[in-house]
Design a protein around this ligand. Structure first.
Ligand code: 5GP
Length: 142
């Protein structure tokens, strides 16, 4: 946590700034996004103070993983959305503005929700094998 700087989300979790809270447990805190892309747009945070998903402890990650399906179910049921996106912006150039890990649950309706370009390339087998080699050798415990 050495270079972690407190964010507005830490103040929300601490109750210093109001929010529309959806859920909390020992590991997780969830509330409605103040600038929703659609009705029910919800932010799900670990209480752990980390900027990026890849920095989370196993405990915090497990807590997020446990809470996420039930929160997706609840948001889907409450809004009547048939579909939804779960999104993590990790890093400034990926669109992250608040530097405390958070997942967006964004219900999808015909005219609202998350829109993205999907500029798919083609996977080359040789490059793929080299790549998986590098990825596998970089898989470490947190
Ligand atoms: P990011 O771009 O970092 O993935 O998303 C940050 C999100 O936090 C944005 O969707 C923004 O609307 C939301 N947000 C920023 N400040 C506040 C706040 O004070 N309260 C709430 N509820 N949401 C916020």
């Amino acid at each position: 946590m050495s270079d972690y700087q407190e964010t507005i989300f830490d103040r929300i979790i601490a109750g210093e700034i109001p929010c529309h809270k959806v859920y909390e447990d020992e590991q997780v805190f969830a509330f409605l996004d103040i600038g929703p892309l659609s009705e029910g747009h919800t932010l799900v945070l670990p209480r752990e103070k980390k900027a990026f998903l890849h920095e989370l402890s196993e405990e915090a990650a497990a807590g997020l993983g446990r809470a996420l399906p039930k929160l997706c179910r609840a948001v889907k049921e409450a809004t009547g959305a048939e579909a939804y996106n779960v999104l993590v912006n990790s890093g400034e150039s990926a669109g992250q503005v608040v530097m405390h890990v958070h997942l967006h649950i964004i219900p999808k309706f015909p005219d609202t929700g998350f829109k993205m370009g999907w500029n798919a390339g083609k996977l080359d087998d040789e490059r793929a094998e080299r790549l998986v080699g590098r990825i596998r050798s970089n898989i470490t415990e947190s």
